[in-house]
Design a binder for this molecule. Structure first.
Ligand code: FES
Length: 548
């Protein structure tokens, strides 16, 4: 932007004067600071403050900060309600809005401050599209709560609903837990989706290692935010653009981080979407192949006992990178936003004495992987199994079919789902939902009732990072588009074979052909507004559920 010296930009200058800018500030590089602050959730509550500190760093480094906001949707507040349909849609809206601000105001560089789940991939998608020097600042995790002498997170809240259904806890207990589970600002407090994606940003190279780890309310965050402002100017001086950072090797490292840290299944969707924006040919099967080779080396919830704050105290994602690098599973020829190399990160990583959060790759927490990509007659275009480090298994059971999350939740809470069932929840896909809701109310209820390992859940929807249990999501093609999941009937045999990476429907082909001839799409089209536009534009979950 050359507003200060262009005679024809005098009208534009008048508005910058109105904002108090000097001519010198108009001549300096401008740094757009995108904040995903909203006052509707704790996850992004610190972003206004952080933006101020980023701006301080930008000024100190000789730039002119320009702050702006986007929307953000809380997954936890909308979970189990029709509002959840807005969640994945918000990823596209946030990416579009950051991109539009960048295109309109032609910033020289950018910092994106993100927290809650969708804001992180959205910002990275926008960075890839704009391709100007950009830094991602992950605002940080919430501290865990304490309830009746034990550490708790939002995961305990959702599982308490299932425990209540079988009489293990009372409504008073649930209400009391709600007062203690979330003690302050920050993202959900373990390796759920937001922290998974914050880590992905480190390993992709768009966020400086060591910054995202710092919890949202820790004092160290403000100095780190100022440093991020300086890094943006430094990246500008070096001409370092996202297109130089987002390489195939960078995506490999990001997938490794998801696998090694037992990350959220949502990472599959988001990595595919970011790769698409970056022009990288990443397939769902590549993600599956990498995940197969990497064991889980961190003992983080939901598959372990520790929280994100524990990881920070133990040595953070830098320590994870060091362990992965020494095992040779990370690629070294990548570019990181702050100019350090993976070897530099590893060399300065310090594991706190006695820490039990991060292990070495040769003695992992769980030898099997975090995620698996399955294909088969029930999911010809692929789906994601939350393997959670389980050893190989074959599971076969009768289908219990539901056409919405609510119907299924009611059946579970009513005690109508029993051990061995394969619960099918369909018409919850990207177009069918629309919006591909997360099934946390269902998985929380199953785990809370002690059915997390004995009941298999299969859906064309998706899962919160908080979800655990034997869950398979992102089934493609989705039911709305007539995928085989639309043809499943109560009592059909469904077979999952984790070693073969298959998900099959054991029904004769002739019977399926008859069902297909009779199949009609349910009459529940959303006719107006953003969800209608989204349903018409969104693609398959196997391609990242992006809009085109
Ligand atoms: Fe925002 Fe979990 S709901 S990070």
């Amino acid at each position: 932007m050359n507003i200060a010296d262009d005679p024809d930009r005098a009208p534009a200058r008048s508005h910058l004067y109105a904002m108090g800018l000097t001519e010198e500030e108009m001549r300096q590089p401008t740094v757009g600071i995108a904040s995903t602050w909203t006052g509707t959730m704790p996850c992004n509550l610190t972003h206004r403050d952080l933006a101020r500190h980023v701006a301080t760093g930008v000024r100190r480094a000789g730039g002119t900060p320009m702050e702006f906001n986007t929307i953000a949707v809380s997954d936890n507040l909308t979970m189990g309600t029709p509002g959840m349909r807005a969640s994945l849609v918000s990823r596209e809206v946030i990416a579009d809005s950051i991109e539009l601000m960048g295109r309109a105001h032609q910033f020289d560089a950018m910092v994106c401050i993100v927290g809650c789940d969708k804001t992180v991939p959205a910002a990275m998608m926008a960075m890839a599209r704009l391709d100007i020097p950009s830094v991602l600042l992950y605002s940080g995790s919430m501290m865990p709560g304490t309830w009746r002498g034990r550490e708790v997170t939002i995961q305990d809240m959702w599982e308490a609903l299932g425990e209540r259904a079988v009489g293990r806890v009372s409504q008073d207990d649930v209400d009391d837990l709600a007062r203690h589970a979330c003690p302050g600002a920050g993202t959900c407090a373990a390796q759920y989706t937001a922290n998974t994606m914050g880590t992905v940003a480190d390993f992709l190279g768009l966020a400086p290692f060591g910054v995202g780890d710092i919890p949202a309310t820790a004092g160290e965050k403000t100095a780190a935010a100022e440093r991020v402002g300086e890094i943006a100017l430094d990246a500008l001086a070096r001409g370092l653009r996202p297109s130089s950072i987002l390489t195939e090797d960078a995506f490999h490292n990001a997938i490794v981080s998801v696998a090694a840290m037992g990350g959220s299944t949502n990472a599959v969707l988001h990595l595919l979407a970011i790769a698409r924006e970056a022009g990288i040919d990443l397939s769902i099967d590549t993600i599956g192949t990498v995940c197969r080779e990497v064991p889980i080396i961190t003992a983080l919830k939901p598959s372990g006992p520790h929280t994100a704050a524990d990881l920070w105290r133990a040595g953070g994602t830098s320590l994870v990178a060091a362990r992965l690098l020494e095992a040779g599973v990370l690629r070294e020829s990548v570019t990181l936003i702050d100019g350090r190399s993976p070897a530099d990160i590893a060399a300065t990583a310090v594991g706190t004495e006695g820490q039990t959060v991060v292990r070495e790759v040769k003695s992992p927490v769980k030898p099997a992987g975090a995620l698996a990509i399955l294909r088969g007659s029930l999911s010809p275009d692929g789906c994601v199994l939350k393997l959670g480090g389980r050893p190989d298994f074959v599971r076969q059971g009768p289908a219990r079919v539901f056409d919405s999350e609510e119907e299924c939740f009611e059946a579970i809470q009513g005690g109508r789902i029993t051990e061995g069932d394969v619960v099918i929840v369909r018409y919850e896909g990207p177009a069918g939902g629309p919006g591909m809701r997360e099934m946390l109310s269902i998985t929380g209820a199953l785990v809370g009732q002690g059915l997390g390992e004995s009941v298999t859940l299969v859906t064309d929807g998706r899962f919160s990072g908080v979800s655990r249990g034997l869950v398979i999501g992102h089934v493609a093609p989705e039911a709305w588009h007539g995928g085989p999941i639309a043809l499943v009937a109560d009592g059909d045999t469904v077979v999952v074979d984790s070693a073969r990476r298959t998900l099959d429907l054991d029904v004769p082909a002739e019977e399926l052909a008859e069902r297909r001839a009779r199949w009609t799409r349910p009459d529940r089209t959303v006719e107006r507004g953003v969800l209608s536009k989204y349903a018409a534009a969104v693609g398959s979950a196997s391609d990242g559920a992006i809009t085109v």
